[in-house]
Each structure stands twice: as C-alpha cells, then as structure tokens.
Write a protein that binds this ligand. Structure first.
Ligand code: ADP
Ligand code: MG
Ligand code: ZN
Length: 459
C-alpha cells in the first residue's frame, strides 16, 4: 500500500465550502457530515465533495486532497456499511492491494478505520454510466471495451480471485480516454488455490449436499422448476477428485422428478447452500442453479452478458429479480435443450415445459440494434415487446437510454460510420464461447485474449 496522501494543511474544510462549488442535495450533505463525524481523521486530509455511489454494502464519495507538492488530487472514498464482516472487509482490501493498481484493476491508496467504520481510499477514476454510452459506442469501442475487461479478468483470475459481481457498474469506463477499471471486490471469493490469503477463509464450501427448494416460476407460457433430487445428482469431475462433503440429508426418493409439479417430499427439503452472490441478470447458469462448484468461469459468463449488451445496444439485457426467471431468459437465447444438457454436466436437472430454440447471436444482436428488420429475423414472441423502443419490456433488454432519449434509433448512415454494418463473425464466435452454458468448456480470460478478434490489438 502507498503512504497516506500527504497534506500541507490540516484545517477542516466545511461541507458548506464543498457545496458552494458543487451542487449537492441536503441528503448528501447530511451523509458527508456524518462521514466526517464517524471518521474524523478524514477531515484532516480530504474535502469531501459529493456522493458518487450508493449500494447495499457501501457509499462512495468523491473527495479532494492537497498533496505535499501543492497539487490537488481526487480520490474515491468507499465507506463500507458498518455491519460488514471484518474478514470480508480485509479480503476486499487485500484483493485491491495484491491485484490492483495495474491491468485495468483499481488500486488502493489507503484505508481508514475507527471502530466499525471503514473507508477505503482509491484514486478517483472519472467515468460514464454504461446505460448512457452503450448506444453511442462504435464497434471499435466495443472491441476495446471487452478486450480491456478480459485483461482485468485474466489478471485477477491469475491470483485465484473470483470477482462474482462482474457488471458494468463495477467496470468503470471513460469513453474519451479509453480508460477502464475493475472495482468492487466486496463479493469476491477465492479459488481453491487462491493467492489471496484472506479469501481462503471465504472459500465457497457448501456444508452439506442438499436440494434446492421446489420453487416453480409460472407464467402464462412456461413453468420452469429447477430441481436436483439427491438420487439423480451426478458428480462433476472436479468434485470426484475432492473429498466428499458429508451428506447429511436423508436419501429420499420422490415421485415428482422430471415433472413440473413439486411433491411434499421435495417441498420439505432444505435449501441448497451454494454461493449465490451477484446480480441475477449477470449470473451464470451454474450460479443460478446453485451448483456448489463455482470457479472463475462465472466471471466469464458475466463478461459475455456485457458483450451481449454491447453488441445489441440493450442494457440491461437480462432483467430478472429471480434466479429462475433469469434462467428462463438464458434459455430463451441459448436454447432450453442446450441449457438442460449443460446443467446435467454439473449435476443439475432442469425441467422446462416448452422447448425454446437456440437463437443465432448475430441475428439477435443485429435485430435489437436496428440493423435488421424484425419481420425477417423471426425472433420468438418474447422479443416482440422490445421491438418498440418506447415500450420498455425488460426481459429481452431495453434499448439504451441514448436511443430512447434521442427518440429514434440511429440511422443506417450513422450505424455504418460506427462500423456496425461490418461486424466480423469473430466477435459472435467469442460471444458464443463466453456464453457457453457449460462452465467446464467456457472460454477463460487468457484464452479469450488470444481470440482472432483481437489479432490487431497489443496486449
Ligand atoms: P458497492 O459495493 O456499493 O457496489 P463499488 O465499489 O462498486 O461499491 O462502488 C460503487 C460505485 O462507486 C461504482 O459503481 C462507481 O460508480 C463508484 N466508484 C467506486 N470506486 C470508484 C473509483 N475508484 N473511482 C471513481 N468511482 C468509483
Ligand atoms: Mg458495485
Ligand atoms: Zn419430489
């Protein structure tokens, strides 16, 4: 870790002074005052200017410090919620200190703590909101974006870090400067051979082999119960090598297997313990089905979902509050038969009442982007709602804000200028390999960087 940002003055700059330069709301002002109160050390060094992020686990502030040479530098201060587990906090910091500061991964400058309040100080990276830029990117921009995301992933995966929450809000992007930075190791976990000591305690160790609850998602068109009866469960190769976790659940046989009903035996089963962090729309099939063996491949899937948004110009692409809805949305694109087959390889059995065909990724993306006529593309009924940009039906992705606010899709001349008329097959091949339903064959970050798509890029 670097030394604390050195300062010349130690006078407390009031929030009011910050307010005069930068319009902030009363609420934000209250939060800033509170932060100075719980961590008084901050006022010796920083002038906190604004709140720039607020999530479930933290609030992030923009702050300025005057350095010893008289220059001013901007920092991002991440105030973790006081209830965060100390090991969790330390692990997040260790990811940043060990893997950060290079290869498009955010670094850390310092960390403050007083009692249960912790602030992680990082260099501030100015960035745009993904939804604001996704519609205005050229194909070349998209290629760069995904290349740099893959670089960050290759780097953290080398350290045995599984990020678990890869999504655009955690990959900061500055369009003008073509700068990228992976942030937020708040949900990270370690692989079995991780180099991050503190992630070892946070290894995904399911304590027992259990079956997930018999939940059924029903809509007018489908019902997709996901089930894993104990007597049907297959071992994955990785699992067979490892010592077997003690099976504490009784071996029950039931009569609802492979039907779309749920029997009482199954209703009484305990919930399966498996890591399930992240955002439903970015979760890999093995995460959605609570497969206990999850590796760095889960981040690759999420990168694939981001690439799907970049190519189709739709964000969020999958919007689901529920894992089974997310799984249905995946099947809508990747095919139900294919999803069921892949799930078998990691010991999960999925029932889908209706067969959903696998879609051609190029046709899908080009149609959603407005490069191809809806009538010729024969996309399934699920997508008809996303045909009209005004009607934001999110489960097939909504058109990017830029498109909507400008009132129309880009003209074909504009699209041509942005390179969207001659997108190479390579990118759809890479997308297909990232969105591989089977984590065992899914492309890794270092393999992806060797993909022909990037042959003209210097790594
Ligand atoms: P959370 O765990 O609450 O999601 P993050 O670490 O993802 O916290 O930070 C939340 C948001 O704060 C990010 O999406 C980003 O907009 C902003 N942010 C975080 N770190 C930085 C940074 N170093 N520079 C600029 N903005 C940042
Ligand atoms: Mg985040
Ligand atoms: Zn049953």
């Amino acid at each position: 870790m670097e030394a604390a940002p050195a300062v010349q003055r130690s006078t407390h700059q009031s929030v009011e002074k910050g307010r005069s330069r930068h319009k902030i709301s009363r609420d934000v002002e209250t939060d800033i005052t509170y932060l100075y109160e719980v961590l008084p050390q901050l006022s010796q060094i920083f002038r906190i200017i604004d709140k720039i992020g607020e999530g479930t686990f933290s609030s992030v502030y923009l702050a300025e410090a005057q350095m010893t040479d008289g220059s001013r530098r901007m920092f991002a201060l991440k105030h973790l919620i006081p209830t965060s587990h100390p090991v969790r906090i330390a692990a997040e910091l260790q990811c940043l200190t060990v893997a950060g500061g290079t290869e498009n991964v955010m670094g850390v400058t310092y960390c403050f703590r007083k009692e249960h309040h912790v602030v992680i100080v990082m260099p501030y990276m100015e960035h745009q909101t993904f939804v604001d830029v996704v519609g205005s990117l050229s194909f070349e921009d998209v290629k760069h974006y995904i290349f740099h995301l893959l670089k960050a992933l290759r780097h953290i995966h080398k350290f045995g870090i599984i990020h678990r929450d890869i999504k655009p809000t955690n990959f900061l992007f500055n369009q003008q400067r073509r700068e990228y930075s992976l942030v937020d190791f708040g949900l990270a976990q370690g692989t079995h051979d991780t180099q991050i000591e503190l992630l070892k305690g946070l290894l995904s160790k399911p304590k027992r082999e259990e079956v997930i609850p018999r939940k059924i998602v029903s809509s007018k068109h489908r019902s997709v119960p996901v089930r894993t009866p104990l007597n049907q469960r297959q071992k994955t190769p990785a699992e067979s090598q490892k010592p077997k976790p003690p099976a504490v659940s009784p071996m029950l046989t039931c009569n609802c297997y492979m039907t779309d009903r749920v029997c009482n035996i199954c209703l009484s089963r305990k919930q399966q313990v498996a890591p399930r962090a992240g955002t439903p729309g970015f979760r890999a099939p093995e995460v959605l089905t609570k497969c206990p063996n999850q590796g760095t491949a889960i981040d690759m899937w999420s990168a694939g979902v981001i690439l799907l948004s970049l190519l189709s110009g739709r964000y969020p692409f999958f919007k689901a509050n529920d894992d089974l809805i997310a799984l249905t949305q995946i099947m809508t694109i990747r095919g139900s038969k294919e999803t069921i087959e892949a799930a078998k390889t990691f010991g999960k059995s999925i029932v889908c009442s209706r067969e959903l065909p696998r879609l051609d990724l190029r046709i899908l993306c080009e149609t959603l982007r407005g490069l191809r006529s809806w009538d010729d593309s024969s996309l399934p009924a699920e997508f008809q709602a996303s045909r009209n940009p005004a009607e934001v039906k999110l489960d097939a992705g909504s058109p990017a804000k830029k498109h909507m606010s400008s009132g129309s899709f880009k003209s074909s001349a504009e699209l041509q200028e942005m390179g969207w008329d001659k997108v190479p097959d390579d990118v759809y091949d890479l997308l297909d390999k990232l969105l591989d339903l089977n984590p065992a064959t899914r492309i890794t970050a270092s393999m992806a960087l060797q993909h022909p798509l990037f042959k003209d890029m210097t790594d």
